[in-house]
Design a protein around this ligand. Structure first.
Ligand SMILES: Cc1cc2nc3c(=O)[nH]c(=O)nc-3n(C[C@H](O)[C@H](O)[C@H](O)COP(=O)(O)OP(=O)(O)OC[C@H]3O[C@@H](n4cnc5c(N)ncnc54)[C@H](O)[C@@H]3O)c2cc1C
Length: 413
């Protein structure tokens, strides 16, 4: 039995390792000049390979796919991943805050190089851009012939598709493989969204975010589309020259549809989450009474960093006004901007900057226990090509590893 893997990213590389460990006859086909180009960028070049939360908690980081992911995460958990990477790949790991696991060396290249060396160069063919797959029925079952853009052919008995999503297209996962998966293999692909990325705001709001660019602050963030709050998060918000970023914002990005401009979308920031507007107003009033000669924006430092308080002051029309001269309306406007800062979205975030892709091969057409296609026997789909996206913190690479593990377990049995 010969196995083919299309795509030499994280999922394909781990699948190849598990096949190697099982002494299988296999070939990994990667269209780029080298494997793991996206893997090299992960964790800002440090590779946050997994997250050591218990599976019962971890699964909730996969949004709508949490039920789908439970089976593969339970079969190959973060603890299994750590064991495999340290004992078989010989990459020492360390744990950082929020259970995130990185190579001790802080080098994603150590992870990529260890994977490639474990697999062995004889099993990898780079520069092999799969553009067609022919499926043949034989008495022993289906056979797959994959054809490259320059006409080379490889025939296998089992085929693992690990072609990634559509984000960071310069790394090879440019979304073109979805056409192949849909048109040639007949799988449904759900709508694709850039996820885990910053959100650009309109020109007028860019002036605000630019003036406090680099400031990171804890806040509640609500996403409004068509005047309706569709999702909310709480965490650090980072102001940038282009708009908003940081974990609280990047988690919202996956919900912004391509029609956002017509839909009139905005993000509302609350710098004192969990507290009522009235409570902040009363507190501020008391501060004004105690420090009438201070600027209102100086009093605002109780809630946000100084530069942000000044930007909020300017937007509220209080500027340099001393507290005792601030009108009731101006104070209310200041509190309103502390609790409900309105940032209008300019456009849908770009796939070029998105860490992952929401959407992909529809999960109802794939077995959650084996990743085998329910349409074509012997075909497996793993990694970001599937309609699975996780939150940040090692979730996406763990998904790639767990899915690769259960697929190979099924291939080998
Ligand atoms: C900047 C950045 C940082 C990230 N950091 C982290 C992190 O720290 N932790 C984490 O968990 N996740 C992180 N992620 C997400 C994670 O990298 C991805 O979820 C993961 O790489 C997906 O693995 P994959 O193998 O499914 O896809 P990919 O890694 O995208 O690999 C797909 C491969 O398939 C190849 N391919 C595509 N089409 C074809 C074809 N037709 N023929 C042959 N080959 C083909 C591509 O060239 C590519 O090499 C990050 C993502 C980015 C962009």
């Amino acid at each position: 039995m010969k196995v083919g893997i299309v795509g030499g990213g994280a999922a394909g590389l781990f699948a190849a390792c598990f096949l190697k460990r099982g002494n299988a006859d296999f070939v990994l086909l990667e269209k780029g000049p080298e494997c793991g180009r996206k893997l090299l960028l992960t964790g800002h070049g440090r590779c946050n390979i997994t997250n050591r939360k218990p599976v019962s908690e971890l699964k909730d980081g996969y949004h709508e796919a949490s039920g789908f992911m439970k089976a593969s995460l339970s079969s190959f958990s973060p603890d299994d991943a750590v064991k495999f990477i340290e004992e078989e790949l010989r990459v020492p790991l360390k744990e950082e805050e929020n259970n995130r696991i990185f190579p001790k060396s802080d080098k994603a290249s150590d992870m990529r190089d260890a994977l490639v060396s474990y697999i062995g160069s004889g099993n990898i063919r780079t520069g092999f851009n799969v553009v067609d797959v022919q499926v043949e029925n034989t008495p022993e079952g289906k056979r797959y012939t994959v054809i490259s853009s320059d006409g080379k052919e490889v025939t296998v008995d089992k085929l693992i598709v690990a072609t990634g999503g559509q984000s960071f297209p310069q790394t090879g996962s440019d979304g073109k493989a979805y056409d192949l998966i849909e048109d040639t293999l007949g799988h449904k692909v759900t709508p694709l969204y850039p996820a885990l990325t910053g959100v650009p705001v309109i020109k007028e709001d860019k002036k605000f975010t630019s003036s406090v660019s680099g400031v990171s602050v804890y806040a509640g963030a609500g996403l409004y589309l068509k005047n309706k709050k569709t999702s909310k998060t709480e965490g650090n918000v980072l102001f940038t020259h282009d708009g908003l970023s940081g974990p609280a914002i990047t988690e919202l990005a996956r919900n912004i549809s391509e029609f956002v401009v017509e839909d009139d979308g905005w993000i509302e920031l609350d710098f004192t989450p969990g507290r009522e507007d009235k409570e902040i107003d009363q507190e501020l009033l008391e501060e004004i009474r105690q420090r009438p000669d201070a600027k209102l924006t100086t009093l605002g430092k109780k809630y946000v960093p100084a530069s942000l308080s000044e930007a909020i002051g300017e937007r509220s029309g209080v500027g340099d006004t001393v507290a005792s001269s601030v009108t009731r309306e101006a104070r209310k406007a200041f509190v309103n901007n502390l609790k409900h800062l309105h940032m209008t979205i300019e456009s849908r975030p770009k796939f070029e900057t998105a860490y992952v892709t929401r959407g992909g091969v529809a999960l109802d057409e794939v077995s959650r226990k084996t990743m085998e296609s329910k349409l074509l026997k012997g075909l497996y789909i793993i990694g970001e090509a599937l309609d699975v996206d996780g939150i940040s913190g090692g979730y996406n690479l763990q998904a790639a590893m767990s899915e690769a593990y259960v697929a190979v377990r099924s291939v080998l049995c």
